[in-house]
Each structure stands twice: as C-alpha cells, then as structure tokens.
Design a protein around this ligand. Structure first.
Ligand SMILES: [Zn+2]
Length: 550
C-alpha cells in the first residue's frame, strides 16, 4: 500500500481549481422537466463556493472517518473524537487517531498523519491529494468540470428520473434483488426504470425543440413519419436502465434490460448519438477508475450486471465493453486507463471466439508495454454468478494468477484447428502463428512470444508423437512428459545463454516460449518471486504462465 504525503491540516488547496469553472451541482429531485432550464454553458447562476468547502459541507470529516473506524467522543471536549487510525499501513493498537469536529481536521499520534476530509479520503484510497479532491467531489456530486450543456443536462436528468421511478417499480426492484444486487450497488451505478411516457408530458408537447433534443440524445424514439401526431415514446420503454457514463462521470446514454416477463431483446443500448459512441465507451469506466489504478489492470467482462455485481463483491476494477466484442477504439479507451487488460470470459466456445475477435481487434494498435491476458470462467458460469459463489479472492486468483498471457491464448486457440500429429499439420500451425503474430504490428516482443509459443506447442506435439510412435510414451503420464520437455527447454536455454546467444531477440532463434519470455525484458512486470500456479491449472503446455499481478 503506498503512503501518500498528507499535508498539514488545511494545507489542501482551499481555492477552486482552474479547471473547475462550473456551478455547484444540481441537487434537483428526479425531474426531466428541469433538463433544459439550465443557463447556457459557462453561465454562473450562484456564487462559486470553493470545491473544498462544498466537499466539507457535504461530507463532515467525522462522518467519513466513521465509515472506516469506530470513533468515541472525548470526555473532555465535545469537539474531540478518537479511535483507531485509518491509515492502511498503520496497525494501530490503541486509539491514536483524533478528529476535531470544530476544525474539521484529524491527526494520528501514532503514525503522524494529519489532514482534512480530502486527506483522509486520499489516505484510504491511496490517491494524491488533488486526485482525491476531484474524485471525492465527483462521488459526492459537488463537482463538475464545467456546466452541462442542454443535451448532457437532459441525459443526466433522465438518469435521475429513471432512478426515482425504479424506487416505485416493485417488479424491477425485485428482479434486481433476486439477481443479488444490493440497494447501495443499485444507487452506486444509478440503475433506474423507464416507464416510457417520460416525454409525453405537457411541457414537451408545448415545445417541439425539447422533443427534438430528446430524440437526438437517444432518449426518445424517432417519430414514425406516417403518424406525426403520435406521442413520442422513450427509447428504453419498460426497461431497467443502466446509465452509461464517460470517464469523467457524465451520463452519455443508457443500456436497458427487459424485465423477465417483457418482450424484445434482453439488452439494448441507446442508439449511436453525438454523445453515445458505443465502441469508445466502457461500462463502469468512471466507477472503476480508482480500482484500475490501484490494481494495475482492468478486468473486462461482457455484462453490465456483471460489472455491478463484481464491484459489489469488492472487485472494483471491472468494466464491460459495450458491444459483443471490443474493437480498436475500445482498446484506445482501455490503454488510456491502464497498460494491462484481463479479459474474463465464459469458458464456452462462443466466449473464446469472441475473445479471439477482440484480441485481433486490439492487435494493430497494441504497443509493447501493454499486456492482454485471458481469464476463463468455468463454462456455463457468468462473472456475476462466479463472484457471488466463490467470492472476490477466487476472482482475483482467476484474473491475476490463472489468466493466460495473450501469446499463449492465441496459440492454444489456434492449436485446435490443426492436426499436430503430422509434419504438414505442424507446418501449417507454425505458418498460422507467423500470420497471427504479424498482426501485432507495433509489438515486436509480443510477435516473438507468439511465434515462440507456437514452436513450443509444436515441439511438444512432435516429441509426444515420437515417443508414442515408439511405444516409449505409453507408461509415461502426459504431465510427466511435459515437465521433462520443459526441463530440456530450460537446459537448452541456459546453454544458449552460456554461448552468448545474442540472437535472443531474433524470432528465429527462439526454441521455446520460455526463451522468449525469459530472455526478453518485460518492463511492465516487476521482478518479484512468483507463486507457481497449481500444477493442474494449465496442463496444456510446458510453459507456465508468466502473467503476474502488479
Ligand atoms: Zn496512524
């Protein structure tokens, strides 16, 4: 856990930052009607209260601290409270941590940390003070980078309206509860329900421009030209709504799930609009930002419900791609957030085919230094079911220890298409590898790893074939055979190293994936002793996974 320097109390900037040229946020109740009452962008309706003050007003320090530790009032002073220290790396035996509610500051007499509510938030989440201030401001709803324009405002109001309606829609709420979602998760992700007649209220009937805006933001359906007087229907009519936000937390569109007894496709997204560009968006990107930076990777799943459930179970680095499979632009968004992505897939064939499509979509722009790994769930199990049943640490094991590095996944997937018991099959397999590798135009290290992985698989098949052909492999277990081959590879490798095999980075000089991965410095992977995955975890190749959590 990294320790951030906590400034003395009140040292956190008390001035509003330059980037924040906006209003105090709307506290309006759910009401789409307020959508377009906002002043033009940049206009200021109320005097600007500094962000730090708005945060302190919204979240008193003691309330925040009490979310993390038990506090008692001091007998000598009403303003003084004490408890165990909240610093993650201070194992506090006695109550050393003091909060003064008059001054809104804390101090630990054990480890010396001190600060205000932003400092406390930074401490707990491992953030820099400035990041903590903006993040907490956003979480509390007291910070927006700038005033929302009419469209953004309408989208945000719609999210509030839907959320208000969900509270009054028993069927929908029951369904979410039955799926295992708690109210706090429903709130965190802003889930809602769309009745369908949101844009049929009188004020919309009176103002065609508002209807046009609702249509252009994807909130309302296009009118049927043959029935111009028909009232417009909401796009997400009779659906549970999942607001889709951009990374800064602005609502740009929705995903909608039908109720179990409803008709139509199970899931639907907002139509493509100027705000909702499906392929550039990741569901949960805003909520997962801190989790991704803390864990060092993003766990990518397919379902919106999966994301919400994973966060609820403590997996706070989960995001979902917005379509069936990710494309180049999705990856550009991912690489903007992290250098490591773990795809978590259903173990069935469709899941693997989908992953392969995603991976090849990433190929052209993926630079060395970025990593993709593939984690496979037991077949017939969705991520939300898995994490509910086995919990957070099993999930992390799946993503951080058992996940296959990309090179291995690509070649294992290709292997099943070839008969490796014949020289021709092995030759075609290797040619395939060259072709697959070539797609990763900007990643020479990965290209080398893919080819090396293919050679290892091919060599294993050859040795298997020779031994079995001579009746030598009969009494030998496959696992033993593979271990022996791995051993030979390591011998080969150290011999090459002794010979000063400078051609290590030359693809053709790689006798095995072990070589490629061991000889090539991988900048993103720290040199830490790695716990070997269980022998049974990945029996299909002699080369064990080098993928490690940061
Ligand atoms: Zn302390």
């Amino acid at each position: 856990m990294q320790r951030n320097p906590i400034l003395p109390a009140n040292a956190a900037s008390d001035a509003a930052p330059a980037v924040e040229s906006e209003n105090p946020p709307s506290d309006q109740p759910a009401n789409t009607a307020s959508a377009t009452n906002s002043a033009p962008r940049g206009a200021s309706q109320t005097p600007l209260v500094p962000l730090i003050q708005r945060i302190k007003d919204r979240m008193p320090l003691l309330d925040f601290v009490k979310q993390h530790t038990t506090m008692k009032q001091s007998p000598s002073s009403k303003a003084e409270h004490f408890g165990k220290c909240i610093a993650p790396d201070h194992k506090d035996d006695g109550p050393s941590f003091y909060v003064n509610t008059d001054r809104q500051v804390f101090q630990c007499k054990g480890c010396g940390v001190t600060g205000n509510v932003v400092g406390a938030y930074a401490l707990i989440h491992g953030l820099e003070l400035d990041d903590a201030k903006f993040k907490l401001g956003r979480d509390l709803g007291v910070f927006n980078e700038r005033r929302l324009d009419d469209a953004e405002s309408m989208l945000s109001s719609a999210a509030s309206t839907f959320s208000w309606q969900l509270d009054r829609m028993e069927d929908a709420k029951r369904y979410l509860h039955e799926r295992g979602l708690k109210d706090e998760t429903i709130k965190k992700f802003g889930l809602g329900f769309c009745w369908g007649r949101e844009f049929q209220k009188e004020k919309y009937q009176k103002d065609p421009a508002l209807i046009d805006l609702a249509i252009s933001t994807g909130l309302a359906r296009e009118r049927d030209p043959s029935m111009p007087n028909e009232p417009v229907k909401s796009f997400m009519t009779r659906r549970i709504t999942f607001p889709v936000k951009d990374r800064s937390g602005r609502v740009v569109g929705f995903a909608g799930r039908i109720l179990p007894d409803g008709r139509g496709p199970k899931y639907m997204n907002s139509p493509e609009t100027a705000w909702f560009k499906k392929s550039e968006l990741l569901y949960g990107a805003h909520e997962a930002a801190t989790g991704i930076s803390k864990s060092g990777y993003a766990a990518v799943v397919e379902g919106y419900m999966d994301v919400a459930m994973l966060h609820q179970c403590g997996v706070d680095n989960a995001v979902a791609v917005m379509g069936a499979s990710a494309n180049e632009r999705t990856f550009a968004s991912l690489w903007a957030m992290t250098t490591r992505v773990v795809f978590c897939l259903d173990g069935d064939d469709a899941g693997i085919a989908g992953a392969m499509r995603s991976v090849m979509a990433a190929a052209p722009t993926m630079p060395d230094g970025c990593e993709i790994a593939i984690a496979r769930l037991p077949s017939d199990m969705d991520p939300d079911e898995y994490v509910l049943k086995f919990g957070e640490s099993a999930w992390r094991q799946l993503c951080e220890v058992n996940a296959l590095p990309l090179s291995k996944f690509v070649m294992e997937s290709s292997k099943v298409k070839h008969d490796l018991t014949y020289p021709e099959g092995r030759a075609r397999f290797l040619a395939d590898a060259q072709m697959l590798a070539a797609a990763f135009a900007q990643a020479p290290l990965l290209r080398a790893q893919i080819v090396a992985e293919a050679r290892a698989i091919s060599a294993t098949a050859l040795v298997d074939e020779v031994l079995n052909g001579n009746g030598m492999g009969d009494g030998t277990s496959t696992l033993e055979l593979r271990d022996s081959i791995a051993l030979l590879q390591r011998h080969m490798q150290s011999r090459l190293a002794r010979q000063g095999a400078a051609e290590a980075v030359d693809v053709d000089a790689q006798p095995s994936a072990g070589n490629a991965q061991d000889q090539v410095e991988r900048p993103a992977t720290p040199a830490e002793p790695a716990a070997a995955p269980p022998a049974s975890a990945r029996p299909s190749s002699p080369v064990q996974s080098r993928y490690r959590p940061r």
